[in-house]
Ligand binder design. Structure first.
Ligand SMILES: Cc1cc2nc3c(=O)[nH]c(=O)nc-3n(C[C@H](O)[C@H](O)[C@H](O)COP(=O)(O)OP(=O)(O)OC[C@H]3O[C@@H](n4cnc5c(N)ncnc54)[C@H](O)[C@@H]3O)c2cc1C
Length: 395
């Protein structure tokens, strides 16, 4: 067995893992990152991640700290208005629109949207030029042995002695399992179809969530492409309906898309394949172990509503990184401060998004009427509207 030393070991090179690598390396730490899969950076590849991520203002700040925002910015589309549209009446028509404009609370956009495959490409390019990073793909994080002063992580024939192991290895995290941290999981019998679409009307930098039944239908602006307006779409439905939609031929699917979008973007047609994602909520019972910290989907999974998922993950990253200013890396005090700092926000967002998702799924007529009234009341009262917008951003 060959033995090597590093300060930080990141298990998993999803978007959260890649950003974590950049941020710790930028701060001067030696970092090793391992993922069995090479990140897919070509949109045409069959396994490409066709989702997009809207980075809210605090997440943008974390990307700046990590040194990667300048590479990402040219590809991003600002979101100036978050629009909630209720289409829960008897006809598939929008009966109320509530706009939440970033200008009401800030002089900047709410968020900046980027396709996930492109994020991976840019983050990977950036990492290739970082001298203090060892990036290994095609191998996985193996046996983990934790001690007071170090954590030993096995990768093939090499054993790394590290000060901190970060588990960013996704919702089925193997490092979390190795550290004996249990999870609670809620299932909704719901799936999301993710895709990019072309449309005839401009999006005007507005992201719209249309609520009817089965879950929200969300449009998120992308840059124009080949003279076509473009957006990414997350369409949440009960699993049975989502499976049918996913299998449907393109012509019929386009016609369903046009009906569900209620014409807000004019005529819509697919611009990519479709990806299908099961929707769950999941929470790790603890965020830390000896010399070990969980972040991102390894720690929490939520339904894709209000662009909270990866944004919450970048809040994890910002917190654990900032705490290295005042605590020794990976020490008991560092990790207990991280656990304490993140718990409340994570629970707040998990519970909030869970409630929003249940309200968006319902097909109960009385509840649909109540949902409309609640939206009218929340939006109509300016101080509450501003508080909601700030809470959505993480304040
Ligand atoms: C449909 C949909 C839309 C979404 N939209 C948004 C949005 O607009 N805004 C937002 O903020 N969030 C959004 N999210 C959430 C966001 O996409 C996820 O939070 C994020 O992609 C998860 O990133 P991750 O890096 O934690 O996990 P993953 O992307 O799952 O990465 C985990 C990595 O760990 C690796 N791995 C697994 N096992 C091992 C091992 N033993 N050793 C080493 N590596 C291992 C895997 O290969 C993988 O590369 C959305 C989610 C869904 C489902």
């Amino acid at each position: 067995m060959i033995r090597k030393n590093t300060q930080v070991f990141v298990s998993g090179a999803g978007i959260a893992g890649l950003t974590t690598v950049c941020a710790f390396a930028q701060k001067g730490f030696d970092v090793v990152c391992v993922d069995p899969q090479k990140p897919i950076t070509n949109v045409k590849s069959f396994d490409a991640d066709l989702r997009s991520t809207a980075f809210l203002q605090p997440a943008r700040k974390t990307l700046q700290t990590a040194g990667v925002w300048d590479c990402l910015k040219p590809f991003s589309t600002p979101l100036d208005i978050m629009r909630l549209a209720d289409a829960g009446g008897a006809e598939n028509k929008i009966r109320m629109i509530a706009d939440f404009a970033s200008l009401e609370i800030s002089d900047e956009a709410f968020a900046w949207n980027l396709p996930n495959w492109l994020l991976r490409r840019e983050l990977l390019n950036y990492i290739e030029n970082l001298p203090n990073v060892t990036f290994l793909t095609g191998q996985k994080t193996g046996r983990v042995t934790s001690r007071i002063s170090e954590i030993l992580v096995q990768v093939g024939e090499v054993q790394y002695s590290c000060k901190l192991l970060i588990g960013a290895d996704g919702r089925n995290s193997q490092t979390r399992e190795a550290m004996g941290i249990p999870v609670q999981t809620w299932r909704y019998g719901q799936k999301a179809i993710a895709m990019a679409v072309y449309h005839t009307l401009p999006h005007d930098n507005i992201s719209t969530e249309i609520h009817r039944t089965g879950g929200p239908f969300t449009t998120v602006p992308l840059p124009d492409h080949d003279g076509n307006h473009m957006s990414s779409i997350i369409w949440m439905e009960t699993s049975a309906k989502a499976n049918v939609l996913f299998e449907m031929d393109e012509t019929n699917f386009n016609s369903m898309l046009n009906s569900r979008s209620c014409g807000i973007l004019g005529n819509i047609r697919l611009a990519s394949r479709r990806n299908l994602w099961p929707i769950i909520t999941q929470r790790a019972k603890r965020l830390t172990g000896q010399r070990y910290a969980l972040l991102a989907e390894a720690a929490h999974v939520i339904p894709p509503i209000g662009a909270q998922g990866l944004n919450m993950s970048l809040n994890d990253l910002a917190t654990i990184l900032e705490l290295t200013n005042t605590h020794e890396l990976g020490s008991v005090s560092h990790l207990s401060a991280y656990e304490k700092a993140r718990k409340k926000d994570i629970n707040f967002r998990i519970n909030g998004v869970d409630a929003l998702n249940r309200a968006a799924m319902t097909d109960n007529k009385s509840f649909l009427a109540l949902r409309l009234k609640a939206l009218q009341a929340l939006h109509g009262f300016t101080p509450l509207r501003k508080t909601l917008m700030k809470a959505g951003l993480g304040a």
